[in-house]
Write a protein that binds this ligand. Sequence first.
Ligand code: GRG
Length: 298
Amino acid sequence: MPGGATITKRLEEAADRVTVALDTLIPRVQGPEGRLMSAMRYAALGGGKRLRPFLLIETGRMFDVEERCLLRAAAAIECIHTYSLIHDDLPCMDDDDMRRGRPTTHIAFDEATAVLAGDGLQTLAFEVLCDPETHADPAIRIALVEQLARASGPRGMVGGQMMDMTADELGDDLAAVTRMQRLKTGVLIQAAVSMGATMGRAGDHGAHMLNTYAHDLGLLFQITDDLIDVEGDQELAGKTLRKDQTQNKATFVSLLGADQARARVSHLAEQAKGHLGMFGERARWLSALVDVVANREA
Ligand code: GRG
């Protein structure tokens, strides 16, 4: 198994490559759209762990998918994720000033520009996926568009965000909170893996096992997010913490307590890695990522 330093390096390398791909896909332009592109670049190029791109890339690599294709699809999913962060930070939603250790996009630019930058990143993602440069087979390109649209749309991330905004209606119902988190965060994490599997023509059983891995990883990711909100270091996290408590939101930590939440993280981590058994050494990076997410501080 790769050691901590090695997975860290692998993550950094993938993150750098995705940043280069995004830099190419969101060019600096002159003229009236210049400000929009600058805001899109500010949000997309300014940090982030690039977890979803890493998942997509490493899944595709297991099936020897061409690197340049994986990087384009990885950039597309990061565009969707970045758009969601820009919009989530707006005053009409979570009203945050800090993201990825820097002022949020509406603070660095203005609200209208931030809305448009989010819109621009969202639509750019699908433009990139539709391009034959992303995959030669149009059936695969359509499948990628469908997976990303479903995961980010009303029955996925946007629906989860709506549930989050009306969270007081969920009360202290753990099943309802789990569903909300699954839609808001989990399904996009699952889409990253399923897009890599689709590009690699993983086959039904392989795709299913990868999907169950991603399901558990998504849940684990959200529980660690809740733990960081309560126990984390704001500087390290690069965003405002203790918000869940201030907003009186039900989270895994408020419902289970920190100790049980941590126990659930350990259980999910073992379960997620277990789903990768059929892939053996080929899945070593996906497996190593589980421990990174389980032990993350940001
Ligand atoms: C506004 C349409 C719309 C959707 C918003 C994802 C989301 C839905 C809101 C983000 C709010 C949030 C902090 C959710 C918790 C989980 C999460 C997505 C954290 C941020 O993801 P990371 O940790 O961020 O992967 P980086 O910056 O590393 O990319």
